[in-house]
Write a protein that binds this ligand. Structure first.
Ligand SMILES: [Zn+2]
Length: 328
């Protein structure tokens, strides 16, 4: 414990209920149980980080906020790519950051428009194919599609995320990109506008595919719908890269789940779950937001906590017996 901290007894021996703004319990227990399951699979795979994952968020330190309610103050996260606990924190953080960036973008460029683009290819069958395909998707998007002479002049910035889901029937991998594009209004003139079929053709051609891929493109109307549409496109972009139900599936055997974990660990290593570019990247930087993947998972937004006064802290600890977090 640091010098300016003082441990206080709070609900000692009782189960942790960490409520969010709407009075709902935050899913610490559910995520911790999933994380422990994931750690078990990593042990089967003899991956050293299994022990780090097992210790993820074992101790939650809270302090009292102005209303006297416990607020998370310190916690150690394992940061493993597939850790359900860390992914929950990352997704929250990504969503909060993207929301701040988009608000600022709309303020600075009130004329700008947004497009939500989803780019897919046929499912892949194994880890090597998935890894290669993910790399190809992101490279073709950045180097060929968004640099096109007929589109680049209208592009102000974008944020893209990569997602992988597992087909429950045959276990194949479905890799796809979500891209929120910020464009100039002039893009929507009949001369420059590209329909969904144009995007599909373009994607097929630049990806060199011998089949017609599934591509979705949709204009986001922040003004007309009270920013709701922009927010939901943002949420879609900022969501999980993988969902834990896909590799901790109750419909598959442990052995099958272990194989999926092994494949995803290999395929996702070194990839970026979310990337900003152009004006949106500049705004992300100007707001001093940290790296959503390697930054602080404690806070969703930057805080200024330069306090020198004594902080009262309360500690909840994971109990393997009770399979829950218990206040000390
Ligand atoms: Zn973790």
């Amino acid at each position: 414990m640091q010098k300016n901290e003082q441990l206080v007894k709070y609900n000692s021996g009782k189960i942790l209920h960490d409520k969010d703004g709407r009075g709902k319990d935050r899913p610490w227990r559910k995520k911790k149980l999933e994380s422990l399951k994931y750690a078990e699979y990593l042990k089967v795979l003899e991956m050293k980080k299994a022990f780090k994952v097992q210790d993820c968020a074992e101790t939650l330190t809270f302090t009292k906020n102005a209303d006297g309610k416990p607020t998370l103050y310190q916690c150690w996260f394992c940061r493993s790519r597939l850790c359900p606990l860390c992914n929950w924190r990352r997704a929250r953080k990504n969503a909060a950051q993207l929301d701040m960036v988009l608000r600022e973008a709309v303020k600075q460029h009130p004329e700008a428009q947004f497009l939500f683009l989803t780019l897919t290819t046929k499912n892949t069958e194994n880890a090597e194919a998935l890894k290669a395909e993910l790399l190809k998707l992101t490279q073709v998007l950045a180097r060929k599609i968004l640099r096109l002479k007929k589109f680049k002049p209208f592009l102000l910035g974008y944020v893209r995320s990569a997602e992988v889901t597992v087909n429950p029937d045959d276990g194949s991998y479905h890799q796809h990109l979500h891209v929120l594009l910020m464009v100039k209004k002039s893009y929507f003139s009949p001369k420059h506008y590209m329909k969904q079929s144009d995007w599909t053709e373009l994607w097929k051609k630049k990806m060199n595919l011998d089949y017609t891929p599934i591509v979705h493109v949709q204009k986001v109307k922040p003004k007309a719908t009270g920013k709701e549409a922009l927010r939901s496109a943002a949420a879609e972009t900022a969501k999980y890269q993988t969902k834990s139900k896909d590799y901790l599936s109750k419909d598959r055997t442990d052995q099958e789940n272990v194989q999926v974990v092994k494949d995803l660990e290999f395929a996702l290593k070194g990839t970026r779950a979310i990337a900003y570019a152009g004006v949106l990247k500049d705004i992300h930087k100007s707001l001093h937001l940290d790296d959503p993947e390697n930054g602080d998972l404690l806070h969703d937004k930057p805080t200024d906590e330069k306090t020198t006064k004594v902080v009262e802290i309360m500690v909840a600890q994971w109990s393997y017996d009770k399979k829950n977090y218990i206040w000390r």
